[in-house]
Ligand binder design. Structure first.
Ligand code: FAD
Length: 415
């Protein structure tokens, strides 16, 4: 039976998920085993999100997120394309001070994994497609949301109407449904564009990720399986336009100029992608019968590779709350459920907005005293092992009030 045919069977769902991107589908996959009726509303056909031209990014998947994906049974479909990260070097360009995070300082497992977004999307779409209790309505968009005492009534652009106990808004940082719910959002345009591309290189990367801070934006090289790496090069918009005009060979030469010859000769593989960087922070993350999840709650700078990891912590927390309430025969979208979600997830989100914004602003200039301060800070982290381990554990997504499904890998399913 097709997803559309399933959707036609009824119009009432316990959970409606607006947005079928990485966050929305992860939430659908997490709650499918409860047997609750779920509808996913995505504005474009899901298959179009898998077209290679749609998204050339990779995601640094933290350890806590990997535990969650493994518990959802998704890791076997992801593992072959996932490159373990064994070491991370972080430092300011043209400075001898570098912080070196080595996975052996915190255990045997890798610090995280680099996974192509397309692989994540494919695994999630296959998992959702295999679940008859999930109806996928795509292309479709919500145009009105009216709160009733025991449900939220949603009207779709094509005239359909749905009633649900809970609406999870996973439409990304520019979510229109967030505005329909009366939730405002503040924006800060960084004036930077993140250029993304894949490199083939002569020497092996040995699972090492490198991030260098330049005054005009951070530059990251992320290891992929084989002698390949993904770059995320954030640049002031005008400079990014100039880089856009370069052909593949000139582009590779510019990359080498920034990065040095650590990886030997490099070559650009395929396309480049350009992402304007804008911080968006929602004024709150819940409304009656609705929760904002992932980038719809806050979309942060990719400087620390944490946006989707943060989103997955939202997903795992909301799934835990909904699952518990369904098991007890309670309403999954009432005020008590939403208050718990807001209390659980607001601090983590705010903290990462502050940290990522703070790091970008701290390094986005060439002022002498700030340069000194930055190098002192990095030097301190490098010389104080407990402080360094704290930062490593934070980046690995294993600190704080973690949802149960993220705390440990599933039994006997180590990656
Ligand atoms: C250059 C770059 C590198 C990054 N690297 C990392 C990293 O290494 N690690 C990490 O954790 N994070 C990283 N991130 C962040 C990560 O990509 C995002 O956090 C993640 O994609 C958010 O997913 P989402 O599903 O919440 O939102 P989105 O990816 O924006 O998806 C939203 C979905 O909702 C749909 N939609 C929108 N509006 C509507 C509507 N009205 N109706 C129906 N559907 C709608 C869209 O079509 C889309 O499918 C990076 C981000 C960038 C820009």
């Amino acid at each position: 039976m097709t997803a559309m045919a399933r959707a036609g069977r009824g119009t009432d769902y316990e959970l409606v998920i607006a947005g079928g991107g990485l966050t929305g589908l992860a939430l659908a996959a997490a709650l499918a085993p409860t047997g609750c009726r779920i509808a996913v509303i995505e504005q474009v056909p899901l298959a179009s999100l898998l077209e290679p031209a749609h998204d050339g990014r990779v995601t640094a998947v933290a350890r806590g997120s990997q535990h969650f994906l493994a518990r959802l049974g998704l890791w076997p479909a992801i593992a072959a394309d996932a490159q373990p990260i064994f070491e991370i070097l972080v430092g300011e360009a043209k400075s001898p001070v570098t912080v070196r995070y080595d996975h052996r300082e915190v255990g045997r497992e890798p610090l995280g994994w680099i996974v192509p977004n397309r692989t994540l999307r494919l695994a999630l779409q296959e998992a959702v497609g295999a679940r008859p209790e999930i109806a996928v309505l795509a292309p479709a968009r919500i145009v009105a949301a009216v709160s009733e005492p025991a449900a939220l009534r949603l009207s779709l652009e094509d005239g359909r109407a749905l009633r649900c106990a809970l609406l999870a808004v996973c439409e990304g940082r520019f979510s229109p449904t967030r505005a329909l719910l009366g939730i405002g959002a503040r924006r800060f345009a960084y004036g930077q564009i993140a250029i993304v591309g894949t490199l083939e290189h002569e020497r092996p990367h040995r699972g090492r990720a490198v991030e260098r801070f330049f005054p005009d934006g951070p530059f990251a090289v992320l290891p992929m399986p084989g002698c390949r790496s993904s770059i995320v090069w954030a640049l002031e918009a005008e400079k990014a336009d100039a880089v856009r005009a370069l052909d593949a060979r000139e582009f590779a030469a510019e990359v080498e100029e920034r990065f040095g010859d650590l990886l030997g000769a490099i070559r650009l593989e395929g396309e480049r992608w350009y992402h304007p960087l804008v911080l968006v922070r929602s004024e709150r993350i819940v409304a009656p019968r609705a929760a904002l999840v992932g980038d719809a709650a806050r979309g942060i700078h990719p400087i620390a590779g944490q946006g989707w990891n943060l989103a997955l912590r939202d997903v795992a927390a909301l799934a835990e709350i909904v699952e518990e309430r369904l098991a007890l025969g309670l309403d999954p979208g009432d005020a008590a459920a939403l208050a718990r979600y807001a209390a659980w997830r607001s601090f983590d989100g705010l903290a990462l907005v502050a940290v990522t914004h703070g790091i970008d602003r701290l390094f986005a200039n060439d002022l002498g005293p700030l340069k000194l301060l930055r190098n002192l800070g990095l030097g301190l982290v490098e010389r104080l092992p407990p402080l360094k381990r704290f930062f490593m554990r934070h980046a690995m997504g294993v600190l704080g009030e973690l949802p149960r499904a993220m705390r440990e890998p599933p039994p006997s399913r180590h990656p």
